[in-house]
Design a binder for this molecule. Sequence first.
Ligand code: ADP
Ligand code: MG
Length: 264
Amino acid sequence: MPRRIVVTSGKGGVGKTTVVANLGVKLAEMGQRVVLIDSDLGLNNLDVIMGVENKVVYDIIDVVEGRCPVKRALVAVDGNPNLFVMPSAHSYDKSYISGQNLRVVTERLSETFDYVIVDCPAGIEMGFHRAVASSSEAIVVTTPDISSLHDANKVIKMLGSYDMHITGLVINQVRGDLMVTSDMMNVEDIVSLLEVIPVGILPSDDVVGIHSSVGIPITAGNNIYDAIGVMANNIHFGENKLYDCTKRYKGFFGKIRRDVKRRV
Ligand SMILES: Nc1ncnc2c1ncn2[C@@H]1O[C@H](COP(=O)(O)OP(=O)(O)O)[C@@H](O)[C@H]1O
Ligand SMILES: [Mg+2]
C-alpha cells in the first residue's frame, strides 16, 4: 500500500527538509521506491539538499499547469535508483496551485512509488493547507525549544480537522548533553505535552549542515545516521524504538564529554 506522507512543523528551520531528505534516502536504501516533493513554492531547498538542482528541467508548476507529464518532471538522485525528487518552482510567479492540484500529483505518483513524501513550507497558511491536503499521513517535526513546541501543538490541532493519520512526532536537534543536565526539555515531557507518539529522536549534529551544503547524503559512522535509521524503521515497519541522544553524555566519560561540549 503506497504511503503519502507530509512532513510539517509550523515553525520554519526546525528540520522538515532535513527529515524529508534523510528519510527518503534511508527508505530508498531499504529498497522502497521513493519520491520527495518540494511544496515550498519559490524557495526550492530540497533539490539543493539532494544535490540535484543542476538537473532540474521542469517543476511542479509545469506539471500542474499541464506543460509536462508528472514523471518527466522527476529528477533522479545520483547513486540511488529508487529515489526521485519533484522540484518546487524556482521562481514563484504567483501561479495558483491548490491542495486538490497537489493531491492529484501525489495520487498519480503513488501508482508507481511506495512512498510519496511532501516537504511542507513553514507557517500555517495556504502552503501548509496545500501540502496537508495532498497527503494521507503526517509527520510533525519539532525541536525541544518552546517556540517550536508551541507551533507543533498548533499544527497537531489543525491536522485534526483533516481526514488524516498523524504517523508520529520527530524531535530534532536534540542536545543530549543538555537533556542529561535538565537544561533542555526531555523526550518524555515533550511527548506527553504534544500527545503524539515519537517516531524519531534526532541529535543535533554539525554533519547535517555540512552534508546539506554539498548535497550528499549523511553516511554511516555517526550518531545522526544511526538515529535516522531508527526513525526509518519505526515509520516503515511500525516499530517503536527511540534513539537515546543522552546515552553518550551519561556516566564518567559522559561527564567529560558534557564539560568539553560546554567549552566548545
Ligand atoms: N539534527 C540537526 N543537527 C544540526 N543541524 C540541523 C539538524 N537538523 C537541521 N539542521 C540544520 O537546521 C537548518 C534548518 O533545517 P531545515 O531542514 O532546512 O529546516 P526546515 O525545512 O524546517 O526549515 C539547516 O541549516 C539544517 O542543516
Ligand atoms: Mg524546509
